[in-house]
Design a protein around this ligand. Structure first.
Ligand code: GLU
Length: 488
């Protein structure tokens, strides 16, 4: 690995929002580059204009930045091997396509779409799917001149060797050999002058001096064609490592939207921490010792290598991810966590600042699996009015009148606690339960509904303390009113 410098890339096609599988590919490439002191490059494969999505590139760059995967060359940062958008490199692909024609490795094909469609139909019927029949491969100069005179603009196809085999090595899959007779004379340059994926991908990986190609294994079947291109150009073939597919949590089929979030922005919106995403994604298809789950970014860089990448498909587990996320949330210091919670509360309609969120952090830190969970746990702190059914104020096995009496006494007791803190609130409330002949549970349950509007909420005494005496008492007054109306 030392003789040639490590240069790796991701080469996304901007067809939609950045997918979690692409993020995993990006992470592995980034870790590999950082581990080996190499370069991580982003190249945008945007030659298929019909599938172009205008938000794809900004979303990808935002996702990479959010994950902390900085790129050394590519959009916005430039580099010595640019441009990094294929749509700005069309002349380069044309040049190389024509060079292949001049060398006899490729040829111009004038077949009209109708002929190709008829051919496909015939082959389908005969169940003999051999692809293009190489009609134009053997045209004479004169025949070609005739087509040109008719103004037909040709495509350029690779002249795949008719015999022999193509072999390549993949770090994860080993040696793979295919018969050339199984390969089609693929199109390299379309009649509109745009390259196909195969040509542009190979030309750029070579010109950008890419040393290792790590990408999803759906591209494995393209490699023989690419290797033929490298050979035709007389270029060195890069090292290939095709990464295992990401399966649905059940292990059945590919991960898809049906299973949950699949775009990086989905996870971001739900409040996964980027450090948890990175940690989790690193483990999808890679392991260090089969037991370590938690890795800091520095540890990942230190330990990551292709030898730890598994070639069998990896299941995506939302449960595991949530667990790791909860772990990382618990590790954050309280000020940092408060800052990170703010946007989720703001999004939910509570225009809070970090200093207002800071006091509730100790109440929820252990309970959050995702940052967005904060809304469900703490919205009552920020609401003016709570919305709950008066009947929820009736304790289990208690009457409405009994519950009302308990609420009224609790209001008096809480209003007279000097120095309102969790430690000073608890003893008089427990004493009140005794006085009323109740267990603490039902009394505290009634109070919980009165001050939070919920039956499940953070620990009550701490919650009351953070809410403050005045608001606590006001909420109890309101609860008394509500329940009184029901009793009357
Ligand atoms: N443009 C291809 C994609 O969208 C690139 C595949 C590769 O990395 O070669 O995934």
């Amino acid at each position: 690995m030392t003789e040639k410098s490590v240069r790796v890339r991701i080469a996304p096609s901007p067809t939609g929002y950045f997918h979690i599988g692409s993020a995993r590919t990006a992470l592995f490439n980034w870790l590999f580059a950082r581990h080996h002191g190499g370069r991580f490059i982003v190249r945008v494969e945007d030659t298929d204009r019909s599938r172009y999505h205008p938000e794809a590139v900004p979303d990808m760059l935002a996702s990479l930045r959010w994950l902390g995967l900085d790129w050394d060359e590519g959009p916005e940062v430039g580099g010595d091997y640019g441009p990094y958008f294929q749509s700005e490199r069309l002349e380069i692909y044309r040049h190389y396509a024509h060079w292949l024609v001049a060398q006899g490795h490729a040829y111009r094909c004038y077949c009209p779409p109708e002929r190709l469609a008829a051919l496909r139909r015939e082959q389908r019927e005969a169940k003999d799917d051999i692809g293009y029949d190489r009609h134009c491969r053997t045209l004479t100069a004169r025949q070609r001149a005739e087509y040109e005179a008719q103004g037909i603009i040709p495509v350029i196809r690779l002249a795949v060797p008719l015999e022999g085999q193509t072999t390549f090595h993949d770090v994860l899959y080993g040696d793979i050999t295919v018969d050339n007779s199984a390969l089609n004379d693929l199109v390299l340059l379309k009649s509109d002058g745009y390259p196909t994926y195969h040509l542009a991908n190979v030309v750029d990986d070579h010109l950008m001096a890419i040393s290792h190609i790590m990408r999803g294994d759906e591209w494995l079947s393209s490699v023989p064609k690419h290797v033929l291109l490298y050979h035709a150009f007389g270029w060195e073939v890069p090292v290939y490592a095709h990464l295992p597919l990401i399966l649905a949590p059940s292990g059945q089929g590919k991960l898809s939207k049906r299973h949950g979030g699949v775009e990086v922005r989905d996870f971001r919106r739900q409040g996964y921490l980027p450090e948890a995403m990175v940690n989790y994604l690193a483990r999808v298809g890679w392991s260090y010792d089969d037991k370590t789950e938690i890795f800091s970014r520095e540890e990942l860089i230190r330990y990551f290598d292709l030898s730890g990448v598994n070639s069998s498909p990896a299941r995506f587990s939302y449960e595991r991810l949530e667990w790791i996320n909860g772990y990382y949330i618990r590790q954050l210091d309280a000020d940092d966590l408060a800052e990170r919670l703010v946007p989720f509360l703001v999004e939910a309609g509570f225009p809070v600042a970090a200093n207002q969120v800071r006091p509730i952090v100790p109440l929820v830190r252990e309970r959050l699996k995702k940052l967005a969970d904060v809304v469900e746990w703490t919205d009552f702190f920020f609401k003016e009015q709570l919305d709950y059914e008066p009947a929820a104020l009736i304790g289990p096995k208690m009457t409405a009148a009994g519950s009302l009496a308990a609420l009224r006494r609790a209001r008096e007791v809480l209003a007279s606690v000097p120095d309102f803190r969790a430690e000073t609130i608890e003893p008089p409330l427990r004493a009140l339960a005794d006085e009323l002949g109740l267990k603490s549970g039902p009394l505290l349950g009634i109070l919980r509904v009165a001050v939070t509007g919920k039956t499940v909420a953070p620990p009550l005494f701490e919650t009351l303390a953070v809410l403050g005496q005045a608001r606590t008492v006001a909420r109890l007054d309101r609860a008394v009113e509500k329940l009184a109306a029901l009793v009357a």
